[in-house]
Design a protein around this ligand. Structure first.
Ligand SMILES: C=C(O[C@H]1C=CC=C(C(=O)O)[C@@H]1O)C(=O)O
Length: 387
């Protein structure tokens, strides 16, 4: 199933996204490589374990827990898809991937037009702080009892817009405001899961795999950058939270690889936040999808130890996570690619935006401070709703 490829010239790549607005689609921007991939029209869906390696590019997504009951998440995630058309932009070059037999009319009406910037008017349903307090207290108790040392808890924030959400405008806004994040969207049957995540779960290039521990957060504000970074790099609670993630990823890698390297912990600067970030890597030839299974969920998204932490999340959170914090990524025909965690994200259906935001709770965590941190993280989606 080789694609033919030809050069394209689009002033606005989102015109490609919109041209296929009745179809399943993918949007994936990688800030490390500057590569933008937009896929349109589902061509093949691969069963679990089925080889996709005749296809140049596939998109793969999971759900946080293996199954989902909430109808709004029905059918989303847990699939690997080859799209019929891809727009691939890298190093200043734009390529259209298309199958040999593609009907000309599917692509030829593609018009290069500007994306409207839509300012959505919205309201956020109910104050959920009492619910957060209860969740936080129950998790803190499990930590005090030493059943776990870290649990990542989350909120589902229901945002109701006055009009149908203009997904193209949200994507434009996410791209403009989050240059250092992976901006993604997965549209299926009228629903779109999208976001701008800084969290890479794992990437593979030939015989090398790389993962990142990203955990430990402070808000980015007007105080001098250097001072804020120093504060975060020396903050015991955030360092503890971060080390649990780093050490767990290292332990998983060591199970499969003779030598694992761990970089120094650094700061990742985002629009509204600073995070602690450590890169880890090893030589290995196993499948990228096997690494996704081995690593997901890291304690940046689940907790530690993983089993008890997941039981607590499943029992205590009143919403279902669906694809929030779950792996999603791109793979090429050589098995190389990248999976990120779907955080700073939302599920959009008609005028409703279900946004997800969470944070790691450890021994020294404070209920209100953590709630405020989730509000800081929520800003990614809220700022996406306005130009
Ligand atoms: C769970 C989220 O963030 C994770 C990623 C980075 C920092 C985190 C933290 O400091 O708590 C979280 O582990 C989220 O954004 O919903």
């Amino acid at each position: 199933m080789k694609y033919l490829k030809k050069e394209m010239k689009l002033e606005n790549p989102l015109a490609f996204w919109t041209h296929f607005d009745k179809q399943d689609r993918l949007f994936f921007y990688n800030p490390l490589t500057g590569e933008l991939i937009i896929g349109a029209i589902r061509w093949r869906t691969f069963a679990e374990g089925e080889s996709y390696q005749n296809y140049d590019l596939v998109f793969s997504a999971r759900t946080f827990f293996q199954s989902v009951r909430d109808p709004k998440w029905a059918g989303l995630g847990n699939e690997t898809i080859a799209f019929k058309y891809y727009y691939v932009e890298k190093d200043g070059k734009q390529l259209l991937y298309y199958p040999e037999q593609a009907p000309k009319e599917e692509i030829c009406g593609l018009e290069d037009r500007e994306t409207k910037s839509v300012r959505h008017t919205y309201t956020i349903a109910d104050d959920d702080y009492p619910q957060w307090q209860e969740l936080f207290t129950n998790v803190k108790q499990e930590i005090s009892l030493k059943n776990v040392d870290k649990v990542v808890i989350s909120r589902e924030v229901k945002i109701s817009c006055a009009t149908t959400v203009h997904v193209e405008s949200v994507l434009k806004s996410l791209r403009e405001k989050n240059p250092d994040s992976f901006v993604f969207a997965y549209a299926k049957e009228g629903r779109t899961f999208l976001g701008a995540t800084p969290e890479i779960l794992v990437q593979k290039a030939d015989d090398e795999i790389i993962s990142y521990a990203l955990a430990g957060t402070i808000p980015r504000n007007a105080i001098d950058e250097g001072t804020q970074m120093e504060i975060l790099l020396n903050d015991p609670k955030n360092l503890h939270e971060h080390r649990i993630v780093r050490d767990t990823i290292a332990d998983v890698m060591k199970k499969y690889c003779a030598e694992v390297w761990i970089d120094e912990t650094r700061i990742l600067t985002l629009k509204n936040l600073y995070h602690l970030k450590t890169r880890l890597g090893a030589k290995d030839r196993s499948l990228l999808t096997d690494w996704v299974t081995r690593l997901h969920p890291t304690p940046a998204l689940g907790g530690n130890p993983v089993g008890p932490a997941l039981d607590i999340i499943a029992r205590e959170e009143k919403h279902e996570r669906g694809m929030y914090a779950a792996p999603l990524g791109i793979m090429d025909q050589n098995g190389n690619g990248i999976f990120v965690a779907g955080i700073r994200s939302a599920l959009i259906q008609d005028n409703m935006v279900y946004a997800y935001t969470g944070c790691g709770i450890v021994e020294g965590s404070d209920c209100l401070e953590e709630y405020i941190e989730t509000n800081d993280k929520l800003r990614t989606i809220l700022e996406g709703l306005v130009p």
